[in-house]
Design a protein around this ligand. Structure first.
Ligand SMILES: Cc1ncc(COP(=O)(O)O)c(C=O)c1O
Length: 453
């Protein structure tokens, strides 16, 4: 399948001239993007501003947005209550170099809402939260190895950016080489996605510090994880002395006020949180977990041996800074009411129902589905999907189709994060959904006419 210059592509280029100029300018000082997921051919679209469910680019094109801060904006862009919180705080100072009340309130809210959170420690990003958890797990168990399923993503650290991109048994460039026979990178053991027999076998060796999993499934539920497998993981990790980590960087506060873990009633030992926890302003994430594990971060006055050789060190200029803490508190107080989650999920259902009608009408192989309020699109054959959840670990949409869908949708006024993933917020309206479904149909027509689908 090759994508050639078409009248649609010409139209895209003609209506995005200022973006094209900025793209060319950006290449003089960088690779043009600052996150791999934003890579788009023929060029990036540059946003000038956003509000609610809409955003506008530098050429004046308007989009219904589903990239939604990579999943952090469950209340849409610049929600007035959050803007008020951040504005109020910035006039009082953005960084005190000391602790402050908002950080306490923020921690108290996390502990109240997330079942695993007996204690919490704030960091800056989901990647950092996962890094700290690796350190805590190794120090707590005295074991080195980390276990994960292929395809699941836990940030871009050496230990965890492993088995995400096929072939799953090969390390990425620039990473430490394996230090054990069964590890792919450093000491991370990767087992096939959702393979419970492989999980059982790997844990039976009783040498794994932590099993990491994204409970809703890889890529925010793009490949769903059966809840019974998560329950089995809980039982087996308890029996084998391994810590269970449920990564809730995406699912935390979105699946429910208590995250994914509350929906399946499985309490992990440790949980990283990101995105929504920061109030969508950015630069806020958290590690939470059992008090006896989190205690490894404590300083013990007078205990030199503990302080130097046992405890986990933690620094970070922006940790729990007042701006993010104030916004995080405001966001979590709204989240705690439990109304935004079902609203966003019901809207996601309307959207995927409508998108599936558009796909079916054209006889295209593919589907739209949602896990909680995360939208997923797949084109091609799928063997284990009932259009609500997809368990096909082999499926993959060709990268050129993903790229094309991205700009065909932009051309029709809809913005996803890449072509196949989006986040539905609690403020997307029925009119947004109606327009998006129509735009999706028009994008499909263009792709069929141009031979992309
Ligand atoms: C499940 C999961 N864990 C960790 C991360 C890393 O978070 P961050 O991008 O804040 O570093 C992500 C990012 O999307 C994620 O989806």
């Amino acid at each position: 399948m090759s994508i050639t210059t078409t009248s649609n592509l010409d139209r895209f280029i003609a209506t995005h001239q200022k973006s094209r100029e900025l793209w060319e300018r950006s290449l003089g000082s960088s690779r043009g993007i600052h996150h791999d997921s934003r890579h788009t051919v023929p060029f990036q679209v540059y946003t000038s501003h956003a509000s609610g469910t809409r955003k506008w680019d530098v050429d004046g094109n308007e989009y219904i947005d589903y990239s939604m801060g990579h999943g952090s904006l469950i209340l849409g862009h610049s929600h007035p209550t959050l803007v008020e919180a951040v504005t109020r705080q910035i006039t009082k100072g953005s960084h005190f170099g000391t602790e402050h009340l908002a950080a306490i309130e923020w921690a108290e809210l996390v502990c109240r809402l997330i079942p695993a959170a007996e204690r919490v420690e704030f960091v800056l990003t989901g990647t950092e939260a996962d890094i700290m958890i690796v350190q805590l797990a190794r120090a707590y168990t005295g074991r080195q190895k980390i276990l994960k399923f292929s395809r699941q993503f836990f940030g871009w650290s050496d230990d965890l950016y492993v088995g995400v991109i096929p072939p799953f048994d090969q390390p990425l460039p620039g990473r430490l080489p394996p230090i054990t026979d069964d590890a792919v990178t450093n000491a991370t053991v990767v087992i096939p996605c959702n393979d419970d027999v492989a999980m059982e076998k790997a844990l039976a060796g009783k040498d794994i510090a932590a099993l990491f999993l994204e409970g809703g499934g890889a890529h925010g539920g793009g490949i769903c994880m059966p809840p019974e497998l998560v329950r089995k993981a809980r039982r087996l990790t308890q029996e084998t002395g391994t810590l269970l980590v449920i990564d809730e960087v995406i699912s935390g506060f979105r699946w429910s006020p208590g995250g994914y873990q509350a929906t399946v009633d499985v309490t992990p030992d440790l949980t990283p949180l990101g995105k929504i926890v920061s109030g969508g302003i950015g630069g806020g994430a958290a590690v939470c977990g059992r008090a006896d594990i989190m205690e490894l971060l404590n300083m013990k006055p007078g205990d030199a041996e503990w302080n130097r050789y046992r405890r986990i060190f933690h620094n970070g200029t922006w940790n729990a800074n007042p701006l993010i803490a104030a916004t995080g508190v405001t966001m979590l107080n709204i989240i705690a009411q439990g109304e935004v989650q079902p609203t966003a999920e019901a809207t996601a259902r309307k959207l995927t129902d409508g998108m599936n009608r558009q796909i079916e009408k054209r006889g295209i192989d593919g589907c739209a589905y949602h896990t909680s309020s995360v939208l997923h699109l797949h084109f091609g054959k799928c063997r284990k999907c009932d259009r609500t959840a997809c368990y096909d670990v082999e499926k993959s949409t060709p990268p050129e189709v993903i790229n094309a869908l991205h700009w065909y949708l932009l051309l029709n006024g809809v913005s996803l994060l890449r072509g196949t993933v989006g986040w539905v917020s609690a403020v997307h309206t029925d009119e947004d959904i109606r327009q998006t479904i129509a735009a999706f149909g028009a994008a499909l027509d263009g792709m069929v006419a141009d031979g992309v689908l």
